[in-house]
Write a protein that binds this ligand. Structure first.
Ligand code: ATP
Length: 355
């Protein structure tokens, strides 16, 4: 096994309580991983008077991957660098039910799909402003049939979808569906957006994805308007395999998907670019439970498993995942969000005991 270096950023509020035992678990697998802990947030401020010092950026550049705990504010600059700086355009968020998890559904068994969320474009290009600023453009609302400038005061936001950005996320989704098909999944890509109301932006997303579908005749393809998709997601989640969607819908609907299989505590995520990847739980920093050691580390552990696979430590990743599954099957040592009373530390110790 080749040596790897991984930047670990613990995050804020309750996030470090999930990250620390996760790193300890990986350490107990005895892998040749060197953990690099650059100064970010408060520590960066103290040492270098910056929330995201140049040294920390360099550490990320030099590492084979980054494992990122959730952040609310202080780690944003680092997160933006990992996403836009490193062009990690594909946010992969698996939703898979494991027996023993706290799903609200009557029959969650067999739910196993993946959101592939475009991670850099859409409303997340971060261009907002005052409506009045738009008046020199003379734009008119196509629905209200009024000059936009007359509709203020208020704020606007830019939604941006590019052909290239959509092509690469669509290809990523089809390639993933192909890999999953080899492992016995149905080989289906579902594309969803609001292309009826937004024929320009979301229309481009759906049309471009459909064009890419033509290069993958072995993979089935379907499109749903996003509100219809939300309904189907709850009614028939077993139907889905790989779901590709623009940034904002992906952000929102993947939290709903997490709820179907047992909640945010289980929601893993990996962000992939052409030459970099970082891994973080899909949930936030859980400030309401910070300091209690009751955060569910599963999302962080599963994100770490995705990272181990990315680093070609497939065997150890399966070993970790299998122990995690067994802890849920046995149902004796679970965190409060899953109906138990174990701490994050006890939960991780139980995983290690089952190795
Ligand atoms: P963000 O906007 O950064 O995604 P958020 O404000 O939506 O964050 P989260 O931090 O994700 O919120 O938390 C939402 C709720 O889910 C909170 O009640 C939190 O305690 C709970 N939660 C989130 N993650 C976990 C976890 N790993 N284990 C247990 N509870 C969690």
């Amino acid at each position: 096994m080749n040596d790897k270096s991984v930047v670990v950023i613990e995050g804020e509020d309750a996030a470090p309580e999930a990250m620390r035992p996760t790193v300890a678990l990986i350490d107990s697998l005895g892998l040749p991983i060197e953990w690099v802990r650059p100064a970010i947030g408060d520590e960066g401020m103290k040492k270098y008077a910056s929330l995201f010092p140049e040294e920390s950026r360099h550490a990320i550049d030099c590492a084979d991957a980054t494992l990122f705990g959730a952040t609310s504010v202080k780690g944003f600059e680092a997160l933006f660098y990992l996403r836009w700086g490193k062009q990690t355009y594909a946010n992969v968020r698996p939703c898979r039910f494991w027996p023993g998890c706290n799903s609200p559904l009557a029959r969650p068994e067999g739910i196993d799909f993946v959101f592939v969320r475009e991670n850099l474009e859409d409303l997340y290009v971060g261009v907002e402003g005052r409506i009045e600023e738009l008046s020199p453009l003379g734009l008119e609302s196509s629905t209200a049939r009024r000059p936009l400038a007359s509709m203020g005061p208020g704020q606007y936001a830019i939604k941006l979808i590019t052909t290239e950005g959509t092509k690469r996320i669509a290809r990523f989704a089809f390639e993933l569906a192909r890999k999953r098909k080899e492992l016995g999944r149905p080989g289906l890509v579902t594309c969803t957006a609001k292309h009826n109301m937004l024929p320009g932006t979301d229309g481009l997303f759906c049309q471009t994805t459909e064009q890419v579908a033509a290069d993958y005749p072995d993979i089935d393809f379907e499109t749903f308007i996003v509100d219809d998709f939300a309904h189907r997601l709850v009614r028939e989640p077993h139907h889905f395999d790989v779901v590709v969607l623009p940034n904002l819908y992906g952000d929102v609907l993947s939290d709903a998907g997490a709820a179907l299989v047992g909640g945010l505590g289980l929601a893993a995520s990996g962000c992939f670019g052409d030459d970099y990847a970082y891994f973080e739980p899909a949930h936030g920093t859980a400030p309401d439970i910070a300091g209690k050691n009751i955060i569910n580390p599963t999302a962080t552990i599963l994100s770490a498993c995705m990272m181990l696979e990315h680093l070609e430590f497939e065997g150890p990743a399966s070993k970790l995942r299998r122990s995690l599954e067994r802890v849920y099957e046995e149902g004796k040592v679970l965190t409060p969000d899953q109906g138990g009373s174990a701490t994050a530390t006890q939960f991780c110790e139980e995983i290690a005991r089952l190795f």
